[in-house]
Design a protein around this ligand. Structure first.
Ligand code: PLP
Length: 395
């Protein structure tokens, strides 16, 4: 007898993946260059040359036994120390290597963070709009995911709705900034208020509430903006990071959890994550990739194309008449659809070879996401299609 739960999940495939598959199929008919595929958040720029050089050097001169050997289950000490030093320098934190747990991307980081600070049947609260994979990620840890309705004016936090969602069963709150899909960057004021509510609720309920902060877009910021570091606002914070976007390494599966040294049982949490790995079958990321990334922590890919694309799209969308909040970072924009039913809107856009993702799966009705991690030339060529779509279908 096979597992009915996973079998049932086959019926609920990701809308984003389905649209990406449609875009590929349509590309075979008309040439992929002519499909304005805004479906997937796959980086469109290469990893920096310094990363390739670091890996080439390791392969040419490193000790092959160490390079391809098992990583210690809590991670390579050199990598962990380099990450701790980097975060301390950048955000004035006091991490030691013992607070850093290397993971397979942000997905691996989140899955360890959830299990370390919650138990099955606890509630975890997140905020709309949110990354749809939070559904399976949290369900896999046995958690009940509660979604706080969106602040549609600025995509920050609707604090009245947040306070209503809190109750003694909540043991963790999950945030994502800069945000997929809205592109919003949580301000210091937002993070301060969030921290003060969590501090008060911890005292009221008599137990910890951990903040799990998902930060794979931390370096993709526009207009010279800064992302305040959530862990500096609230001690019980686990920061989940990934180089999938900043170094364009999504296929390498490399990230980490950083445990705030002032969190409850901070010194136990990383060793506990090593135990969690035994149950999930996760192994530490490849030794070679930990060593390579450790050498380029201050680097990013050339991320400027995302800001160029954002500006082109933001200006075009507003001049066409779309209602849209200007993103502060990421490579996503999240305008209001021109009809209430975002799925119907996105299906009609397909007729213009515009592949847009409807917002329902992000927990907000009536919007759509464009992932503009594509060539600038294609962004430019898509603008007349957007204009024709909006004017011909919606007048
Ligand atoms: N969290 C968010 C908000 C994401 O957008 C993604 C990937 O797109 C992930 C987590 C997963 O990241 P990774 O590929 O590093 O596991």
């Amino acid at each position: 007898m096979i597992n009915e739960e996973y079998k049932a999940m086959l019926g609920g495939k990701s809308v984003i993946r389905e649209l990406a598959e449609y875009a590929t199929a349509r590309g075979k008919e008309i040439g992929y260059d002519n499909v304005f595929d805004y479906s997937l958040g796959n980086p469109s720029v290469p990893a920096p040359a310094s990363f390739t050089a670091a890996m080439t050097d390791l392969y040419a001169h490193g000790d092959p036994v160490a390079l391809h050997g098992y990583s210690p289950s809590l991670g390579n000490p050199e990598f962990k120390q380099a990450v701790a030093d980097y975060l301390n320098r950048k955000f004035a934190m006091a991490y030691t290597a013992n607070h850093i747990f290397p993971t397979t991307g942000a997905a691996g980081a989140l899955s360890h963070a959830f299990r370390a600070v919650t138990k099955p049947d606890d509630e975890i609260v997140t905020f709309a709009p949110y990354f749809p994979e939070y559904g399976p990620y949290t369900a896999g840890a046995g958690l009940k995911l509660t979604v706080v309705p969106a602040d549609t004016t600025a995509w920050q936090i609707d604090f009245a709705a947040f306070e209503q969602a809190l109750n003694p069963n909540v043991t963790a709150v999950l945030i994502n900034t800069p945000n997929n899909p809205s592109g919003a960057v949580y301000s210091a004021a937002t993070l301060e208020k969030l921290a003060s509510i969590l501090t008060a609720k911890q005292a009221e309920y008599g137990h910890d509430i951990f903040l799990i902060s998902d930060e794979p877009y931390r370096e993709i910021l526009f207009d010279g903006g800064k992302q305040p570091y959530p862990s500096t606002f609230y001690d019980n914070t686990l920061s989940c990071y990934s180089w999938s976007k900043s170094l364009s390494l999504p296929g390498e599966r490399i990230g980490y959890v950083a445990v705030n040294p002032k969190a409850t049982d901070a010194d136990l949490l990383v060793p506990m994550m090593g135990q969690i790995s035994r149950g999930t079958g996760h192994n530490c990321p490849a030794s070679s990739i930990q060593l390579g990334v450790a050498k380029v922590l201050d680097e990013t890919s050339d991320l400027s194309v995302y800001e160029t694309n954002m500006n082109l799209l933001y200006d075009a969308l507003t001049s066409i008449g779309f209602d849209v909040v200007r993103p502060g970072g990421t490579f996503y924009i999240f305008p209001k659809a021109l009809e209430e039913n975002a799925t119907a809107f996105c299906m009609k856009a397909k007729e213009y070879d515009l592949i847009l993702v409807p917002s329902e799966s992000f927990g907000v009705p009536g919007y759509f996401r464009m992932a503009y991690c594509i060539d600038t030339d294609k962004v430019k060529r898509s603008i007349p299609a957007l204009e024709r779509f909006a004017h011909e279908v919606y007048g």
